[in-house]
Ligand binder design. Structure first.
Ligand code: ATP
Ligand code: MG
Length: 428
């Protein structure tokens, strides 16, 4: 026997029971972003590697060790996108979408990072991304946070997620802080772990979210970025908090929250849960006012977030907030002379009349018992029966498969759509 080829580690197949859940959740996401007037963009999953190293930063984990990078057949250096913001900015610049104009955009799709696969962490994963360009106030920061909060409410998990908030100030403020932090870290160098030692000189702010206990202890005495913020940065942060409070969104300020990518300034936030173990961050985002210019555009304020769909699904399934839906509402069975033709005709007419009902026609023959077993297995709610007498009389008989006791009902083809709807609606 030939050796079976398996999927790549950390890259998952979504099977019908998974897609049933994904589709329900995706439709809540789509409907919610649309309700804020945001528009969808779709970018390629491959981009030039230079886009990511410039946007995300050379010395970030993502660029240093997580990207899938290769040379294609023409010798171009390409990477599978590890996140969506860089590609979204590239597309906006390429098509002149953000020069002197606002844009509120979203996208959904796969991202790729070569990380160690574990629960909630995969090598191909999916994000909903939201990016807003051309607005620099705390009102829009608050809006995208409200959008995420509304999502949690609609999905029934608002009480399971908490909001962590921080501000990174301006680039200049951060540079001054960086100097003070490096000085402090150098003074405590021998107490740092290897990662933090390395980062002290490459990306010192990342030391702040070290998980190492020893490092955490050292950090208790570290200078705080808050003390380096100017009046404007502080006002932006305070105004944002006022807006969140007014909407009843509670939060905690986490001065250690710096986020993994280089491009953030001012507002940063994460939605975290303790229901998923170590991979508790479901959604993260913030302001990135310097990125558009960094990628060759004119200075354009911007803010956005990425929401990890696998972690969201895990949370929803763990909390039993979504159920697999049966693929079929109505199952059509038949037997006798002319049944095959008759069933197909009834099925097609019914599908045309009831566009949102899932109608499956039994194929492959067999006795009624076998056909009803199939209907049950699929979770159908109504059976439409075409036996000899029905075919003769141009009628069908409806059977309620949920309330098996209730009487069967014979109807003309003309009255069939309404009769099916009545029977289905009784279920809800
Ligand atoms: P983490 O700290 O968990 O590695 P991150 O800071 O690298 O997350 P972001 O780049 O901010 O993550 O991406 C936004 C969201 O995408 C995360 O909050 C998470 O929900 C999800 N995400 C990131 N990496 C992965 C992954 N490898 N597998 C599954 N989901 C992921
Ligand atoms: Mg990461």
């Amino acid at each position: 026997m030939a050796l079976k080829i398996q999927a790549i580690r950390g890259m998952n197949d979504l099977l019908p029971e998974d897609t049933s859940i994904w589709q329900q959740v995706e439709s809540v996401l789509r409907q919610t972003v649309a309700s804020f007037g945001y528009q969808e963009v779709r970018m390629p999953v491959l981009e030039q590697t230079a886009l990511f190293s410039r946007a995300i930063g050379e010395v970030t984990d993502v660029v240093e060790k997580e990207m899938y990078t290769f040379e294609d057949r023409s010798g171009d250096l390409l990477s599978l996108r590890p996140e969506g913001t860089a590609g979204c900015v590239r597309a906006c610049l390429e098509h002149n979408l953000i020069y002197n104009q606002e844009q509120r955009l979203w996208y959904m799709g796969p991202m790729f990072r070569h990380e160690r696969p574990q629960k909630g962490r995969y090598r191909q994963f999916h994000q909903l991304g939201v990016e807003v360009f051309g607005l620099n106030g705390p009102d829009i920061d608050a809006e995208i946070i409200m959008l995420t909060h509304l999502l949690w409410q609609k999905l029934g998990i608002a009480d399971k997620l908490s909001l962590e908030l921080n501000t990174l100030g301006t680039k200049e403020e951060r540079l001054k802080y960086r100097e003070a932090l490096v000085q402090y870290l150098e003074a405590n160098f021998d107490k740092l772990d290897e990662d933090s030692k390395r980062r002290t000189h490459t990306n010192p702010l990342r030391v702040l979210d070290s998980k190492d206990e020893g490092v955490k202890e050292v950090l208790k005495g570290a200078p705080s970025l808050m003390d380096f913020l100017g009046e404007e940065s502080l006002k932006h942060f305070n105004d944002l908090q006022e807006l969140l409070k007014a909407e009843g969104i509670s939060y905690t300020i986490n001065p250690r929250l710096v986020r993994g990518l280089d491009y953030y300034n001012l507002t940063v936030f994460e939605w975290v849960t303790d229901a998923l173990g170590a991979q508790g961050t479901v959604c993260g985002g913030g302001r990135y006012d310097g990125l558009v210019e960094e990628l060759g555009g004119s200075p354009t304020p911007a803010v956005g977030f990425g929401l990890g769909l696998e972690r969201l699904m895990l949370l929803l399934v763990t909390l039993e907030k979504v159920k697999v839906q049966s693929p079929v509402d109505v199952y059509i069975v038949g037997q006798g002379a002319g049944a095959t033709l008759y069933q197909a005709k009834v099925a097609m007419a019914l599908r045309k009349a009831l566009t949102n009902v899932k109608i499956m026609n039994h194929c492959g023959g067999g006795n009624f018992k076998k056909q009803f077993r199939r209907a049950d297995k699929l979770g159908a709610k109504v059976a439409v029966i075409a036996g000899e007498s029905e075919i003769q009389a141009s009628t069908v008989t409806l059977k309620d498969l949920i309330n098996q006791e209730s009487e069967q009902l014979t109807v003309s083809l003309e009255n069939l759509p309404q009769a099916v709807l009545n029977m289905l609606n009784k279920k809800d």
